[in-house]
Write a protein that binds this ligand. Structure first.
Ligand code: ZN
Length: 317
C-alpha cells in the first residue's frame, strides 16, 4: 500500500449490529455486505464468534463468513473472544481474526470474563491452531488493545500498560496489534503520542490500524492525527450504526461515509465510490427501518466539483 492509500475497514456488520437490539435478517446482511464490497470496501468485519445467547444479533456469523468469502478481493474479518471462537472462524474460512484484549483489566474481566494472562494464554492456543494450517489457508491474527485511551470503569489507562500488553500479544503470536478507543476517550495528541510510542517500542510493523469511536465527537479529529502519523487502516461503521448509549445523537463508530469524504478530500485514496456507498446505505436503512443512521455527508452530498484522490485503480467488484 503506497503512502497515499488508506484502507477503511468496515465494522458495521459486527460493531454496529452488536450494539443494537434489532436483529438484522441474514439475507439482508448478505445484501448489505455485498453492496459494501461493491462500493470498494476491501475489508469488512462481518461478525463475531461468540455464543448466540450472548449476541443473538451475530448468531449467523458462520453463514455470513462463508457468503462473504465468495465476494472477490474481500478480506473477511471476524472478532473472536477465545480459542473456541477461533476454531469456528477457521472452520467458516475467515481471512482475519481479531482478538480483543482490554488494557483495563477491570473491563477485561467484565467484558471477556478473563484476566490479561488468561487472554494471552488464549492467544497462544489460537496461534498453535493457526500454525497447524497450511500457510495459504492461514488467517492473520490481530490483537486489538481495547480501552487503550481510557476506560469507563478504571478511568485513565497507563500508556506503559498499553506497550507492555502489546508486547505480550506479539509474543503470544499475534501478527500485529491494533489500538482501540472503545470508550471514545481519546484526543488527537494522545492518539499521535501512543502510535509513536508503540512504533518505537515494538517496531513499525507491529501496528497499522486504529479503531476509534465518536462518543465525544472527536472521531474524525483522531483519524486525522492517526493517518498523519502514518496509520494506514482505519475502522469505521456505515451510518455510525449502533450510536452511543451515553450520548443521544452521537454515532458509535466513526461514520464510514464521512470518513471517505475526509480522506479523499485530503488526497488519501480509499478506493471507495461514494455513489455506490450510498446504495449500500439504502440497503442498510431498508433492512433496519427503525434504526437511526448518522453522518453529515449522506445528507449534504459531495461538494460541487468534488474530485476523488488519485488512485491507481478504482476497484470495481
Ligand atoms: Zn468498537
Amino acid at each position: 500500500m503506497s503512502g497515499k492509500e488508506i484502507e477503511i475497514s468496515e465494522v458495521g456488520p459486527r460493531d454496529g449490529l452488536q450494539s443494537i437490539d434489532a436483529i438484522m435478517a441474514t439475507a439482508d446482511k448478505k445484501r448489505w455486505i455485498a453492496a459494501l464490497a461493491h462500493a470498494g470496501l476491501r475489508e469488512i468485519e462481518v461478525g463475531s464468534f461468540v455464543p448466540a445467547k450472548v449476541l443473538p444479533q451475530l448468531a449467523d456469523t458462520a453463514e455470513i463468513v462463508r457468503y462473504a468469502r465468495a465476494l472477490p478481493g474481500l478480506t473477511v474479518a471476524v472478532l473472536v473472544p477465545n480459542l473456541r471462537g477461533a476454531q469456528d472462524a477457521v472452520a467458516a474460512g475467515a481471512h482475519k481474526l481479531t482478538i480483543p484484549l482490554s488494557v483495563s483489566e477491570t473491563h477485561s474481566l467484565k467484558n471477556l470474563r478473563r484476566t490479561h494472562q488468561q487472554v494471552l494464554a488464549e492467544v497462544r492456543e489460537i496461534r498453535a491452531l493457526l500454525d497447524q494450517l497450511p500457510k495459504d489457508q492461514r488467517p492473520s491474527l490481530e490483537g486489538s488493545l481495547s480501552t487503550c485511551f481510557g476506560c469507563t470503569l478504571e478511568g485513565p489507562v497507563a500508556e506503559d500498560a498499553v506497550l507492555r500488553l502489546g508486547e505480550g500479544l506479539l509474543e503470544a503470536g499475534c501478527d500485529e496489534i491494533g489500538l482501540s478507543d472503545t470508550t471514545g476517550y481519546g484526543n488527537p495528541v494522545q492518539v499521535r503520542r501512543l502510535i509513536h510510542r508503540v512504533w518505537s517500542h515494538l517496531g513499525r510493523e507491529s501496528l497499522h490500524g486504529i479503531h476509534l469511536h465518536n462518543t465525544r465527537g472527536q472521531g474524525l479529529a483522531n483519524v486525522l492525527a492517526a493517518v498523519e502519523a502514518g496509520i494506514t487502516t482505519v475502522d469505521a461503521s456505515m451510518g455510525g450504526l449502533g450510536g452511543c448509549p451515553f450520548a443521544p445523537g452521537a454515532s458509535g463508530n466513526i461514520v464510514t461515509e464521512d470518513l471517505v469524504f475526509l480522506l479523499e478530500a485530503m488526497g488519501y485514496s480509499t478506493g471507495i465510490d461514494m455513489e455506490r456507498l450510498m446504495l449500500a446505505r439504502e440497503v442498510l436503512a431498508a433492512s433496519l427501518p427503525d434504526e437511526p443512521l448518522f453522518g453529515f455527508l449522506p445528507d449534504a452530498g459531495l461538494p460541487k466539483g468534488f474530485q476523488y484522490a488519485e488512485r491507481e485503480s478504482l476497484v470495481v467488484a
